[in-house]
Design a protein around this ligand. Structure first.
Ligand code: ACO
Length: 194
């Protein structure tokens, strides 16, 4: 996705982590520069949130800058900094955060847990199925030191379920009443110290 401004000026590397401050990593400017850069980051987050909602057929975006400001969540942005003559384009977005959830295992036992959750995930239409989603997801797994099976996923699309099967061998999703999905391996093994 393109913007009026140079995204490669604002974001210093190909995957950046945006937290509720909306200050991009490596920012070193004065107060005016800060206001300016935060407005641009908000524009990028809102545009990627809108595109993700459209791709999922949702009428309202899950990800907005305003919501991000109020929640303890992280948005990872994937960039192609060389595109458009070095202006750069944003190619993907992944939002994660911890949620307090009641989830049922296959035996019908309920568990009150606060797992890291995949809340929103989108790769630009022109770049889907080229491995960018995997690249972004792997970055998040490393940063958050989490295994794929330990994540809960909020209302996954069929594409995301297929993605989890293809890349992580996670099949037979356990669909929860709260619309989250977890996989085998989410719950600690009986007798394990997890
Ligand atoms: N149909 C079915 N499966 C798909 C599709 C598709 N159109 N696109 C991606 N996948 C799955 C498949 O398993 C595919 O493997 P294959 O091509 O061998 O069948 C695999 O993902 C490809 O992996 P990547 O290239 O690494 O993934 P990609 O860059 O396409 O990103 C993503 C995956 C984010 C799901 C992307 O397809 C997308 O943005 N889809 C539209 C929005 C969406 O559904 N987001 C998830 C919403 S649910 C949530 O966010 C909690």
């Amino acid at each position: 996705m393109e913007f009026k401004f140079d995204v490669s000026d604002i974001f210093p590397c190909s995957i950046v982590e945006i937290n509720p401050s909306l200050i991009p990593p490596g920012f070193a400017g004065d107060r005016r520069g800060l206001t300016n850069v935060v407005a641009k980051v908000a524009e990028v987050v809102n545009a990627m949130g809108d595109a993700s909602a459209a791709a999922q057929g949702l009428s309202n975006p899950i990800t907005t800058a305003e919501r991000l400001r109020k929640a303890d969540q992280t948005v990872y942005l994937l960039l192609d900094r060389e595109a458009k003559g070095g202006k750069g384009v944003v190619t993907g977005m992944l939002k994660t955060g911890k949620k307090s959830l009641y989830v049922f295992d296959r035996d019908g036992q309920h568990h009150h847990v606060s797992p890291p959750c995949v809340l929103d995930f989108y790769v630009h239409e022109s770049r889907q199925r080229t491995g960018l989603g995997k690249q972004l997801f792997e970055h998040m797994l490393k940063k958050e030191s989490v295994e794929p099976a330990k994540l809960a996923i909020d209302r996954p699309s069929e594409k995301l379920l297929s993605f989890m099967t293809k890349h992580y061998g996670l099949e037979a999703p356990m669909r929860q009443m709260n619309n989250y999905v977890v996989f085998d391996g989410f719950f600690p093994e009986v007798g394990s110290a997890d």
